[in-house]
Design a protein around this ligand. Structure first.
Ligand code: SF4
Length: 351
């Protein structure tokens, strides 16, 4: 049974009252009033829990969940269990005879996603400076001691998930309208993209109109139903559907709370090689910071304790290195070759 969040109603929430977001119907009414004739309805799918519940609503033919496309951006660092969940949903869609286009897209220029961004960051000298992950930082005080600093701005979600989804939706619409990929979107066309944020994630809602494309609007159907993340998980469990939470294997928001479904233990147990990759990136970003080649003054960590991952989970790290060290080296070599070929860094150092 689905529960509402502390019996609250989104309509009393400050963000709704202040107009930070609107309901899907309010957006539709506004667009109709402004003479918009074609509204493309898109589901931004992440392969995790909340957007899966939205997809299921679509597959069940529920009112307001009739999408023109389901679009997922592969950020290039999802655990395999998320790829398997995506395949499960694609199969279910097929079995139910639902023909909504299911598009998997990527970052425009870094097709291999976040791993590519990180490899590029650690392999280059000063050519590539952007660190898009919300890493925890320490600073060095006057005594040379590390003290707690802030968090780097989280830009990965926008760059690797949200923008690629919008770009793919735009291309789909242009094609359906018989227009060229670079053509301007006609004035009577708009998009509504459903985002699977829940009521308990209200802090993540900052807008209902896309800053990149003014004709794109964002709606939050689970919030409109006052549903929480837990509600979505319960719904999927009750229906025997895959229910692991979507995130990157190296996400700094991974924690130690097993109940959260966003824990390092799950990565260590289910994706040991991915855990070693995360440890590798963790060490490397600090090595790069120490080198002084990047404009990063603070000392970055992937773990919220601001300690090396290989120290926090030392026992697992050592036993998994014994088991999967060779695989990790192969993965590094493949990347080294890819980065050298694609970016042609003169002094491409070994990754
Ligand atoms: S899951 Fe974490 S690392 Fe991946 S895009 Fe989102 S915030 Fe960034």
């Amino acid at each position: 049974m689905q529960m509402s969040f502390l019996n609250d109603d989104f309509r009393t929430h400050k963000k709704y009252v202040d107009g930070v977001f609107k309901t899907k119907q309010e957006i539709i009414d506004e667009l109709n009033k402004n003479g918009v004739k074609h509204i493309f309805k898109i589901l931004s799918f992440g392969g995790g829990t909340q957007s899966s519940q939205l997809l299921e609503k679509c597959l069940r033919g529920e009112k307001n969940y009739d999408y023109d496309a389901v679009v997922m951006s592969d950020v290039g660092a999802e655990p395999d269990f998320i790829h398997k969940q995506v395949e499960w949903w694609q199969l279910r869609q097929k079995e139910l005879g639902n023909t909504t286009p299911f598009i998997i897209t990527q970052h425009n220029s870094m097709k291999k996603g976040i791993e590519e961004m990180l490899m590029r960051y650690i392999s280059s000298e000063c050519e590539y400076q952007r660190m898009q992950l919300p890493l925890y930082c320490n600073q060095v005080d006057e005594n040379g001691e590390e003290v707690k600093g802030g968090l780097l701005p989280r830009q990965c979600t926008v760059d690797f998930k949200i923008i690629p989804v919008k770009q793919a939706a735009r291309q789909l619409a242009l094609k359906q309208l018989g227009l060229k990929p670079n053509q301007r979107m006609p004035k009577d066309v708009a998009f509504i993209i459903d985002i699977g944020f829940s009521y308990d994630e209200m802090r993540r809602i900052n807008m209902y109109q896309s800053p990149q494309y003014k004709y794109m609007y964002l709606s939050y159907p689970l919030v409109e139903e006052n549903l929480t993340t837990e509600d979505s998980i319960d719904f999927l469990k009750e229906n025997n559907m895959p229910n692991k939470r979507s995130r990157c294997y190296l996400c700094p928001f991974n924690c130690d709370d097993k109940e959260s479904g966003m824990d390092w233990a799950e990565i260590i147990e289910d994706e040991p090689l991915s855990f070693l990759k995360a440890c590798f990136f963790d060490e490397q970003v600090r090595a790069v910071q120490r080198s002084g080649k990047k404009m990063l003054r603070s000392i970055p960590y992937f773990h919220y304790k601001r300690l090396p991952l290989s120290e926090v989970y030392a026992e697992d790290y050592h036993s998994l290195t014994q088991k999967f060290g060779e695989d990790l080296n192969e993965w590094k070599e493949e990347w080294e070759q890819f980065i050298a070929e694609k970016y042609k860094y003169v002094e491409s150092k070994s990754v």
